[in-house]
Design a protein around this ligand. Structure first.
Ligand SMILES: Nc1nc2c(ncn2[C@@H]2O[C@H](COP(=O)(O)OP(=O)(O)OP(=O)(O)O)[C@@H](O)[C@H]2O)c(=O)[nH]1
Ligand SMILES: [Mg+2]
Length: 312
């Protein structure tokens, strides 16, 4: 069985950095992983880790832009169209990596996920090649600094997610940039998480913990923000301090409701400065793909077996 993890998300979310750390982590655990660069715009000099498979061996954005005079975005679309027309190339490259993990670093053009059928088509091809696929979608923690950015980030994650019918894990990257409030009795999102046993509530607790972080840092004078319950209500109720048009309140309320009602939109925090954090995310990915199910089952380490029954 082969496994592939698509690393997706908007530009600069930390996809390439996460992919590299993921590979390094696998190597440290004596597991074999291969980096697949699917970003035709990647700068080769920035590769700290040489990809095993590189779309730029097939087509590069630079060539498309100089030879066909495309702009960067149209060029990216062209590259992906070209890739899909040449799937035998990828198939051949993917050759025989049995029991290996392929970490597929994708480009950051959000349109590729929301407006074009590229990723779903790619997934179909991979599945046909007998590769078990899961997708990660990274949003950087700095999105939390602005609630509208956060909304749009969450909604784009949802939009990308509903386009793909494969296991999906949202990751809040760059958590090292979020400083925990020392007054927070829960001791921060991740420590709090470790105590939680219930998978169903884990997601929403994390979500509201992240939300609370954001407001504690930036809106501490507004005590009503300190403990929003449930997560996003503060944005629409009693939030007269911002300059948003009141006409949008009903729309905002509906969006809040949508996010709340959609239990799939939750995030795993990722702090690459902390090995436990990376391991936690990797164990979720392993579990999601049932990695090595015939061998030793891997489960997120701080959860009990029984917690997963509800999910099945
Ligand atoms: N503080 C911090 N910075 C990070 C982290 N991950 C990535 N960065 C920085 O964020 C920037 C973008 O990181 P990349 O990994 O290139 O992001 P990407 O999603 O691959 O970007 P594109 O491929 O351009 O869409 C770089 O300057 C990284 O050094 C992280 O965990 N913490
Ligand atoms: Mg990248």
């Amino acid at each position: 069985m082969r496994y592939a993890v698509l690393v997706t998300g908007p530009a600069g979310a930390g996809k390439s950095t996460f992919s590299k750390s993921f590979i390094t982590h696998l190597a440290a655990s004596k597991r074999t992983g291969h980096l697949v660069n699917l970003d035709p715009a990647a700068d080769p000099s920035s590769f700290e880790y040489e990809p095993t498979i590189d779309i730029r061996d097939l087509i590069s954005l630079e060539d498309v832009m100089t030879e066909l005079e495309y702009g960067p975005n149209g060029g990216m679309v062209y590259c992906f169209e070209y890739l899909l027309q040449n799937m035998d190339w990828l198939e051949e490259e993917l050759g025989g990596y049995e029991d290996d993990y392929l970490i597929i670093d994708c480009p950051g053009q959000i349109e590729l996920y929301t407006h074009h059928p590229f990723i779903p088509t790619l997934v179909q091809h991979l599945t046909r090649m007998d590769i078990r696929v899961c997708a990660t979608y990274l949003i950087e923690s700095q999105f939390m600094e602005d609630k509208y950015k956060f909304f749009s980030g969450v909604l784009s994650a949802m939009s990308a997610m509903v386009n793909l019918e494969i296991p999906w894990i949202n990751i809040m990257s760059k958590m090292d940039l979020v400083t925990a409030n020392p007054d927070d009795p829960s001791g921060g999102a991740r420590n709090g998480l470790r105590k939680k046993k219930d998978v169903a509530s884990l997601a929403s607790r994390l979500f509201s913990a992240l939300w609370r972080f954001a407001f504690q840092r930036h809106s501490s004078p507004h005590s009503s923000y300190l403990d929003p319950d449930p997560l996003l209500i503060a944005t629409t109720r009693g939030d007269k301090s911002n300059d948003s048009n009141p006409r949008f309140h009903a729309l905002n309320q509906a969006i809040v409701q949508l996010i709340e009602d959609h239990p799939l939109v939750s995030f795993l925090p990722l702090d690459l400065t902390d090995t436990d954090s990376l391991e936690y995310v990797v164990s979720h990915i392993d579990y999601t793909m049932q990695y090595g199910e015939n061998e030793e089952p891997k489960e997120p380490h701080d959860l009990d077996e029984g917690d997963f029954q509800d999910l099945e």
